[in-house]
Design a binder for this molecule. Structure first.
Ligand code: APR
Length: 402
């Protein structure tokens, strides 16, 4: 690290500066490090927070293959649980889709995301990777040239300017990457789905041996195993709901109601250890490359949790970018980098389309003047999914596909 004279600002450098230590940033960092590319990860949170932030945990087969290809699947292979069935519960009864045996027939792997992030971080650091925690990127500049900079504020308030050849913004939808985009250089396609979920983590074993989707006149409810003794639940709620306004008893009573526990069996109750309100919205930025700056993961596109695609997209995009950066920096071939944005966007829009279809399947249309017509469409969609083998194959392919 050097001290630049005129501004008394410490400086440091890396060939690739990665902002954000989530799935996107850490897969990218591991792949670059393994290829001998000099990189650094700049993360605003502390290591403990990063490794214990409960998020998703539903990995698609392609995501597992990416991690296996690069030897990043240690914990996942030891502790991941395969899931290949989902169960829909509606006023017409319940039906199960054994999607592992439908279509191209592959299961998800359930593995808590914070454990995956901890694995990725551990492997990166153990291999000598550079990471700075409690280091917030406040600006990313000079992205039009060949020496972009990332200015960070460290925990002690010091400012450090990182110089690189490339910058990968893996810092989510509110990060410095999006703020660095030149006005007018990016198109943002945004949709507010008009639906909100109360996302819950319960200290209770899963109650269904499947991913559960309940469609009820009072609203959607979802059930997803996270581990042997932790279950993720979702309850559709009114926009603006305060999480603390629901007591544990309210939550379990409403889950029982919407998941038709009287008809299909009780849910195993436990302490609700996390509750957050999620307003379902999506956005996609185009393009994902701006000179020396690349957007990855949620920084590139926000996707609703309706089909659990977010972390899977982040891993996929990170591999595409890593291989392209290695081609450029190690082999002098800039071609793959020119295709990063288009390739990543293909995957993003495919995932957005299916996630949107799931939202329309699971939630009544609200606030539209054709709500009754939309409800008829939704009922027919569900009936087709229940009865049509072709529709079930399409569902299986897109539910696990990336
Ligand atoms: N400076 C440094 N770090 C930052 C900054 C910043 N200005 N802003 C955000 N970060 C960090 C966050 O603290 C977080 O650790 O960037 C990281 C972004 O990680 P994620 O939000 O997990 O995003 P990503 O890696 O793209 O993964 C996307 O994973 O979180 C799940 O399902 C969720 O779809 C999402 C997927």
């Amino acid at each position: 690290m050097t001290e630049s004279t005129h501004a008394r600002v410490a400086e440091d450098s890396a060939e690739v500066v990665i902002v954000g230590a989530g799935p996107a940033g850490l897969v990218l960092a591991n792949l670059l490090l393994r290829a001998g590319v000099d990189c650094v990860v700049l993360e605003r949170s502390g290591r403990d927070d990063v490794e214990n932030r409960a998020r998703a945990g539903f990995l698609a087969p392609e995501t597992v293959r990416v991690l296996q290809r690069h030897g990043l699947d240690g914990g996942l292979s030891r502790r991941g649980q395969q899931h290949g069935v989902c169960e829909f519960r509606t006023v017409d009864g319940r039906f199960r889709l054994d999607y592992e045996r439908l279509g191209k027939g592959e299961p998800h792997t359930v593995y808590p995301q914070h454990e995956l992030v901890a694995d990725l971080l551990g492997q990166y650091v153990d291999a000598g990777g550079r990471v700075r925690f409690d280091t917030e990127a406040v600006s990313i500049d000079d992205i039009g040239g060949s020496a972009p900079t990332v200015t960070v504020r460290e925990a002690d308030g010091r400012t450090v300017r990182w110089r690189g050849r490339y910058v990968a913004a893996c810092d989510g939808r509110h990060g410095a990457g999006r703020r660095a985009l030149p006005p007018g250089a990016v198109r943002r396609h945004h949709r507010d789905h008009g639906v909100s979920w109360l996302g819950l983590l319960a200290e209770a074993p899963p109650s269904i041996d499947a991913v559960g989707y309940a469609v009820h006149p009072r609203g959607f409810a979802g059930h997803m195993a996270r581990s042997a003794d932790i279950t993720r639940y979702y309850l559709q709620c009114a926009r603006g709901t305060r999480p603390e306004s629901w007591t544990d008893k309210d939550i379990w009573d409403e889950l029982d109601l919407r998941m038709r526990a009287e008809e299909f069996g009780p849910l195993t109750r436990g302490r609700v250890i996390q509750r957050t309100v999620i307003d379902l919205e999506s956005d996609v930025l185009e393009p994902l490359r701006h000179g020396a700056l690349f957007l990855v993961g949620d920084a590139a596109a926000l996707i609703s949790p309706s089909a659990a695609k977010g972390a899977n997209l982040a891993v996929l995009e990170a591999e595409i970018l890593a291989l392209a950066l290695v081609a450029d920096l190690n082999d002098g071939d800039p071609e793959p980098l020119t295709h990063y944005s288009a390739r990543a966007l293909d995957h993003i829009w495919r995932a957005q389309e299916f996630s949107h279809w799931m939202i329309r399947l699971l939630h009544a249309a609200t606030g539209t003047d054709d709500a009754a017509f939309q409800e008829g469409l939704r009922h027919s969609r569900m009936a087709s999914l229940r009865t049509s083998a072709g529709h079930q194959d399409w569902f299986a392919e897109n539910y696990v596909g990336m």
